[in-house]
Write a protein that binds this ligand. Structure first.
Ligand code: ASP
Length: 306
């Protein structure tokens, strides 16, 4: 038996220009999630369980662009993407373009646990949800007034381009990374995507190495931001590659975001935990909401600003 290590967890609530009136709610939403995740870790349960639960809690929080409160696509519908990834053998499950599911992260976990696949999309994912007793909801159960208003405004805004969303007001994708007492890492990410996305558009979130990555030999990462640029940069894998080369956790996050910015003009942020439980967070958007509980058990949260 290996000696138990002290667990740690970080969550994020998206990287964009978070308006002041949402700061407190975003921080509180991140704190609620991180505390629950930490409880799970302290009780000796797995990192995969902790990140899934942390993300589920954030999906249920209307403040974030995931689950309830997700933004609407070009035709006013909600299509959700999510991924969980276990650092043990880099095993993952993901769903894309799912409708009428309140907690796509739970469905992603079922894909990982019960199928030979990594990613189920659209109708097939919804059929699978029914098979594994993940409840359906109405589209209206997922839509909040704030997003309906944004949708109506953006419909008229012909000049809007998707990257603008991350420099200005958008909405926060959610994610979590953790290390458990057995030294195993995991990551999870969930999103409603980007404003004005075409129906059927899949972003970085459910793609292994883009929206999340985890490998016990290096650490775990969860990304958020302009998905089309994150995919080019494989942001989460890039951050984990730096960890694997023994860069410090904070430096790995910073280098990965810099690389995405320099090479692809990308926009976004990433949280990481290394295989010793050290945290890192970096973003090149105006703000990024986060909360973390360190190996010493200390809670830190805030709106990281640059
Ligand atoms: N990365 C997400 C996407 O492009 C959006 C976000 O993180 O805010 O779908």
């Amino acid at each position: 038996m290996t000696k138990p290590v002290k667990p740690a967890i970080i969550v994020h609530g998206g990287a964009w220009k978070i308006p002041k009136y949402l700061w407190k709610k975003s921080i509180m939403g991140c704190e609620d999630a991180v505390k629950e995740g930490y409880k799970i870790l302290i009780s000796g349960e797995s990192a995969i369980k902790a990140v899934t639960e942390a993300v589920r809690i954030m999906e249920n929080n209307q403040v974030f662009d995931a689950g309830v409160g997700a933004l609407l696509n070009l035709i006013g519908e909600v299509e959700l993407d999510a991924i969980v990834i276990d650092g043990e053998n880099v095993t993952s499950g993901a769903v894309a373009v799912v409708r009428n599911i309140k907690n796509p992260i739970l469905l992603a976990l079922k894909v990982m646990e019960l199928t030979p696949h990594r990613l189920l999309a659209g109708k097939g994912a919804e059929m699978f949800a029914a098979e594994v007793d993940i409840p359906k909801c109405k589209t209206t159960d997922l839509i909040v007034g704030r997003e309906l208003k944004r949708y109506e405004q953006l419909k008229k805004n012909k000049k809007f381009k998707i990257p603008d969303a991350f420099r200005d007001k958008h909405g926060g994708t959610v994610g979590a990374v953790a290390i458990d007492i057995n030294g195993k890492v995991a990551a999870a990410t969930s999103t409603g995507g980007v404003p004005k996305k075409l129906p059927g558009r899949v972003g970085d979130t459910p793609i292994i190495g883009s929206g999340a990555f985890a490998d016990n030999r290096a650490g775990a990462a969860s990304a958020t931001g302009w998905g089309e640029s994150i995919m080019k940069a494989a942001l989460s894998k890039t951050a984990c590659d730096y960890l694997a080369k023994n860069h410090l956790a904070q430096r790995s996050a910073t280098l990965a975001v810099k690389e995405m910015e320099n090479r692809w003009n990308g926009l976004g942020g990433v949280i990481v935990v290394d295989k010793k439980g050290n945290p890192g967070i970096a973003h090149n958007t105006p703000q990024m909401a986060y909360a973390r509980i360190s190996r010493a058990g200390t809670l830190k949260s805030g709106i990281a600003t640059r």
